[in-house]
Design a protein around this ligand. Structure first.
Ligand code: F6R
Length: 370
C-alpha cells in the first residue's frame, strides 16, 4: 500500500502530481473555460455575494490563506480567512450575501462543522472543499467542490493541502469567470498554468528531493527552525513550520517576512536555521527584492539561511547557505511548488530522528471533538 515508500507520508508527498492533476480533471474545457457543475448555488446568488469567509483548521486553514490572495486578486471580492473554532465565537458578520468556503480534508472536523452550521443559520451559503466523499461537512454544505487527492493516511496532511489549494484556485477562477471583471482575460492563461503544475511538482520531486533530504538528515540536532515568507509564501512558511512541529517535534515558527524587524529578528543568532520562501523575481512588485534583503539581514546576524527560490533567481545565492530551486510559475500558484520541499524536509528530519512520521504522538487524523 505504501508503494515501496518507507511511510505513507512519503508516498503521499509523491502522490501530489496526481492529487493536483485529478483535482483539475474534468473541470477545464479545451476553449479555456471552467465548468464547476458541482457548485449548485444559484448563479444570481454567486453574482451578488459581497464577501467570502474561508473557515478551516490547521493545514486546511493555510490553504484558505493562499486562497484569499488568489480570490481577492482575481475576483475583487473581500475575502477573510478564519480558524473555524474562532469564527463562531466572535459574532461574525455573515449574511445572505456572504459565501462561506469550508475547507476540510476529512469533512468531519467538528470545529469546522460547527462553524458551517453557524454560518448557515445566519443565511450564508456554504461551499465545502473536501477530500472525503459523503462526509458530514459536504453533506451539510450547499455545494461541494471535492478534492481528488485520494485517501490520505498519514496524520500530517500533504497531498490534501495541495489539492485544497488547487480547488480554491478553481473556485476563485470560476467566480471571476462568472462575475466578469478585469482579470477575465487572464483566466484562460491561468488555467493553462494550473494544468502545467502536476509536471512541475514532479520535477521538484525528481530534482529537489535528494538535495532536501541530504540537508534534512544533517539537521537532526536542530533545536528550532524558523520559516519566513511573504504574500502567498507566508501561509507556505506557516505550513512548513506546522509540518516540522507535528512530526519532528522541533520547535518551529512561520513568520511574515515583513514582520521580522518588528520583533522576530531578535531570535536570530549564530547558526539559527531559517527557511525562506522567496517570491518570483518576475513578479510585478518589489516583493522579491524585499525578501532578498531580509535574507541578507538574517545572514548578517549569523542565521543559516535555507532558501526556496524560483529557477533562474541568481540574486539569492549570495546570501544563502543552501538554495533549492523550484520551477517558474505565476506568483499566486507558487505554493503548489514551494510547499513540497518543506514537506520533504519535515518528513526526512523526523525519519532521521527515528520518529513514526505517519502516526505522530498526541495527534489524530480527524478531530471530531470541539
Ligand atoms: C496538519 C493537519 C491538521 C488538519 C486539521 C484540519 O498536518 O493534518 O492541521 O489540517 O486538523 O483537518 P481537516 O482538513 O480534516 O478538517
Amino acid at each position: 500500500e505504501k508503494d515501496g515508500y518507507p511511510s505513507f507520508m512519503e508516498k503521499e508527498i509523491h502522490d501530489q502530481p496526481s492529487a493536483v492533476g485529478d483535482t483539475l480533471l474534468g473541470r477545464l474545457d479545451e476553449n479555456g473555460s471552467l465548468t464547476l457543475d458541482e457548485i449548485k448555488i444559484d448563479e444570481s446568488v454567486l453574482r451578488s455575494i459581497d464577501k467570502i469567509v474561508v473557515i478551516a483548521c490547521g493545514t486546511a486553514a493555510y490553504a484558505g490563506q493562499v486562497a484569499r490572495y488568489a480570490i481577492e486578486h482575481w475576483c475583487r471580492i473581500p475575502t477573510e480567512v478564519e480558524l473555524a473554532h474562532e469564527f463562531r465565537y466572535r459574532d461574525p458578520i455573515v449574511n445572505e450575501k456572504t459565501l462561506v468556503v469550508a475547507v476540510s480534508q476529512s469533512g468531519e472536523t467538528m470545529d469546522t462543522l460547527m462553524a458551517v452550521r453557524h454560518a448557515q443559520e445566519q443565511g450564508a451559503k456554504v461551499v465545502a472543499i473536501c477530500n472525503t466523499n459523503g462526509s458530514t461537512i459536504p453533506r451539510e454544505a450547499d455545494a461541494v467542490l471535492y478534492t481528488h487527492a485520494g485517501p490520505e493516511i498519514a496524520v500530517a496532511s500533504t497531498k490534501a493541502f495541495l489539492a485544497q489549494i488547487t480547488a480554491a484556485y478553481l473556485l476563485g477562477l470560476y467566480l471571476a469567470q462568472l462575475r466578469g471583471n478585469k482579470y477575465k482575460d487572464e483566466i484562460a492563461t491561468l488555467l493553462a498554468e494550473l494544468e502545467a503544475m502536476p509536471a512541475k511538482i514532479q520535477r521538484v520531486l525528481d530534482e529537489v528531493e535528494p538535495q532536501v533530504k541530504a540537508l534534512a538528515s544533517s539537521m537532526e540536532d536542530a533545536g528550532s527552525v524558523l520559516f519566513l515568507g511573504r504574500h502567498v509564501g507566508f501561509p507556505v512558511a506557516m505550513e512548513g513550520a506546522l509540518k516540522l512541529k507535528e512530526i519532528a517535534y522541533i520547535h518551529a515558527e512561520g513568520f511574515a517576512a515583513g514582520e521580522l524587524k518588528h520583533g522576530p529578528i531578535a531570535l536570530i543568532d549564530q547558526g539559527q536555521p531559517v527557511i525562506v520562501i522567496v517570491p518570483s523575481p518576475r513578479g510585478r512588485d518589489s516583493l522579491h527584492a524585499k525578501v532578498v534583503s531580509n535574507i541578507q539581514e538574517i545572514r548578517a546576524r549569523g542565521a543559516e539561511t535555507i532558501v526556496i527560490a524560483e529557477e533562474g533567481d541568481e540574486a539569492v545565492r549570495e546570501f544563502a547557505n543552501h538554495v533549492f530551486y523550484v520551477p517558474q510559475s505565476p506568483t499566486l500558484l507558487q505554493p503548489l511548488l514551494a510547499t513540497v520541499p518543506l514537506q520533504i524536509f519535515a518528513c526526512e528530519l523526523a525519519g532521521a530522528k527515528g520518529y513514526d512520521v505517519d502516526q505522530p504522538r498526541n495527534l489524530a487524523k480527524s478531530v471530531t471533538v470541539e
